[in-house]
Design a protein around this ligand. Structure first.
Ligand code: S3P
Length: 442
């Protein structure tokens, strides 16, 4: 499906609630399935990725009722999953495949994880290697360490794992396997990646400790054999800051805009986008902040203002990894050159996001450049008039949504046309509807 976007002459106004956090939605279902008894979740993200997680657990005997953002999970306990009779299809979802690999490694049955064309190209050695060191038996059936993953459940032992990448998927996979392992499991990350796993496990009664080492790396540890307790009451997933980010950025593309984004997850390990926007000169207010089951949340209010370019690098990268395509787009209206370093991870996401961003910006006449571990984007110093083109989404939801935001600079006669725009279903099924909701005639 091709989607046309034009925003010139309009403004962004009002307030918006975005769908639930993708990372937390996955974990809420996974961990509830491993606890004994019923858990109720609201604010669940009914995007394709999280539905893949639900479908995988249903195939292992977990009863899950889901209607829109409301989910009821009848958890079977740490050792209650049943051997699946079919392959476990994870669709486009790296989180499903990598976290499931950790859970499945310690079961008493065999299983097979598969995914779509994109997922079956993504690196799985990063999780299989540490899991194998714990005693897991995994065959990576794809080329060069990719899925399908054939997992023969086996007894596991704890591990002290120094991960070369700050990846929450790697960390979570190893920690989840650690629950099934004998003894202590520790993961050491170069810098802290999103810590929803640690927080939700903590809320469910699992002792999981985090320490910053002298060299700045972060160690996360837990003891094997700890049971998860179903959450009392209803777990309310906060809005996804990665989804809210498209609207935050939109405010700066249309002078006169202002927007309030309601009940957005404000976990510091995800708030890199706010840090960067502030460094660029944006005025942001946080309102109605609270913490529920260990996750901060609140409203974000933003107003239009001019932006200046910044360098984005180092420890900040894991805190905004999914927002980098959007920041590449936002860089075009900032004053000066935006440089993104230390972001080689972008090459192994749903698409090669460095290549996708740079190629698409160049297609639009913006002389962005690809570097070894990031990109450099020249900014015009203010909003400008852009002639829309047909832009491939690379079947990547974040590329489709980021370039839709750039379409706000286009006139109705010459809109941005996003190809294969239905890929937004992965993380934000109502993205275009919500976009129209806040886009005013000005
Ligand atoms: C996620 C972690 C991140 C992120 C992905 C979701 C998670 O990946 O890009 O969208 O839910 O753990 P990495 O941990 O591999 O960087």
């Amino acid at each position: 499906m091709m989607k046309s976007i034009a925003g010139a002459g309009k403004v962004i106004k009002g307030s918006l609630t975005v769908p639930g956090d993708k990372s937390i939605s996955h974990r809420a279902v996974m961990f509830s399935a491993l606890a004994k008894g019923e858990t109720r979740v609201r604010g669940f993200l009914p995007g394709e990725d999280c539905l893949s997680t639900i479908s995988v657990f249903r195939k292992m005997g977990v009863s899950i009722e889901q209607e829109q953002d409301s989910v009821r999970i009848q958890g079977l306990g740490l050792h209650g999953l049943k051997a699946p009779e079919e392959v476990l299809y994870c669709g486009n979802s790296g989180t499903t495949m990598r976290l499931m690999a950790g859970i499945l490694a310690g079961q008493s049955f065999s299983s097979c994880l598969t995914g779509d064309e994109s997922l079956e190209k993504r690196p799985m050695k990063r999780v299989c290697l540490p899991l194998e060191k714990m005693g897991a038996k995994i065959k990576m059936q794809g080329e060069k360490g990719t899925a399908p993953l054939e997992i023969s459940g086996s007894p596991l032992k704890g591990i002290y794992y120094e991960s070369p990448v700050a990846s929450a998927q790697v960390k979570s996979s190893v920690l989840l396997a650690g629950l099934y392992a004998k003894g202590k499991t520790s993961v050491i990350e170069p810098s802290l990646s999103r810590d929803h796993t640690e927080r939700l496990l903590g809320a469910m009664g699992v002792e999981c400790s985090t320490n910053t080492l002298e060299d700045g790396r972060v160690e996360i540890s837990l003891e094997g054999g700890q049971e998860l307790k179903a959450l009392p009451g209803e777990y309310l997933v906060p809005g996804d800051i990665s989804s809210a980010a498209y609207f935050m950025a939109s405010v700066f593309f249309l002078p006169g805009s202002s927007l309030r984004l309601k009940n957005i997850g404000l976990n510091p390990s995800r708030c890199g986008i706010l840090t960067v926007l502030e460094k660029m000169g944006a005025k942001i207010s946080l309102e109605n902040c609270s913490t529920v089951y260990g996750e901060e949340r609140g409203d974000i209010y933003l107003e239009y203002g001019p932006l200046k370019a910044v360098d984005i690098e180092g420890d900040l990268i894991p805190r905004l990894i999914d927002e980098l395509p959007l920041l590449a787009v936002l860089a075009t209206i900032a004053e000066g050159e935006t440089r993104i370093y230390d972001a080689a991870e972008l090459k192994v996401k749903e698409s090669n996001r460095i290549k996708a961003c740079v190629e698409n910006l160049q297609r639009l006449g913006i002389s962005a450049a690809e570097t070894e571990d990031g990109m450099i984007i020249p900014g015009k110093g203010s909003v400008f008039s852009l002639e829309g083109k047909r832009i491939p989404s690379f079947l990547d939801h974040r590329i489709a949504m980021s370039f839709s935001v750039l379409g706000l600079l286009c006139k109705a006669e010459n809109p941005m046309q996003i190809e294969d725009s239905e890929c937004i279903q992965i993380s934000y099924p109502n993205f275009f509807k919500d976009f129209e909701k806040v886009l005013d005639e000005g």
